[in-house]
Ligand binder design. Structure first.
Ligand code: SF4
Length: 226
């Protein structure tokens, strides 16, 4: 059995651009969390929800993924959908593919790759189902599992089985998507009904790596990072 996934260190230096942005935000918003945002929820989830990255004044402010954004933001939309889904008793954990807030809410492919070790540590705790919010989070999950977007393409509602893990694609609940009707509450409810059914399937043993999953390797840390 794998221990609950270790969080990144507060001064993780693996993404220089994001580390510099963190430092800048510690000056601009000293009351904010301004560090890698840890995952939240059950230590040994059956359902792992994977977003893209914390928002500057959302997760980066509160230190909790999808918590603290403006009313009508992605956190409110997601929380409402999970509440309505009737996941009674299903252990749920929420994380992000990139743990540090990126400028413009847009991490680079290299930043997604560098943070993937932390994402795979979450998957190694043994969820049966992953709900990936948005194409970039979906691709990061796939690549961590040794697959590619060509083999398992993203679309809203797509279901892929990879080494015993069920991966669902979902449009990101960003305001841009929810306020334009690209993602509606009804669409989210329909998808979460499928997720709920998948969660009821046979659980993968905790700690068993899905086929093709890369071993967790966050890389070397600088001993004197600021
Ligand atoms: S690897 Fe993750 S935690 Fe580390 S600096 Fe990059 S985004 Fe932040």
């Amino acid at each position: 059995m794998t221990d609950p996934a270790p969080p990144p260190p507060r001064d993780c230096p693996l993404c220089p651009r994001l580390a510099a942005f963190r430092a800048e935000n510690r000056c601009r918003f000293p009351e904010f969390h301004n560090a890698p945002v840890p995952s939240a929820g059950a230590d040994r989830p059956v359902l792992l929800v994977v977003g893209l990255a914390p928002a500057l004044k959302g997760g980066n402010r509160t230190g909790l993924p999808f918590v603290g954004d403006v009313p009508g933001g992605s956190g409110h939309f997601l929380a409402g959908a999970l509440d309505r889904a009737g996941l009674n008793g299903v252990p749920v954990r929420i994380t992000n593919a990139v743990r540090c807030v990126p400028p413009g809410n847009r991490p680079t492919p290299d930043e997604l790759r560098r943070c993937r070790g932390f994402l795979m540590a979450e998957i190694a705790t043994g969820p049966r189902v992953v709900l990936a919010l948005g194409q970039l989070a979906h691709e990061s999950v796939l690549r961590g599992l040794g697959s590619t977007p060509r083999r398992h393409p993203f679309s809203h509602g797509a279901r892929h089985e990879i080494g015993g893990l069920v991966v669902f694609g979902c449009y990101h609940p960003s305001r841009q998507n929810t306020q334009t009707g690209r993602l509606t509450a009804a669409m989210m409810d329909a998808l979460l009904a499928e997720v709920r059914s998948a969660c009821a399937g046979e659980a993968r043993p905790h700690g068993s790596a899905p086929f093709g999953a890369a071993p967790f390797s966050p890389g070397p840390f600088s001993p004197d990072c600021a």
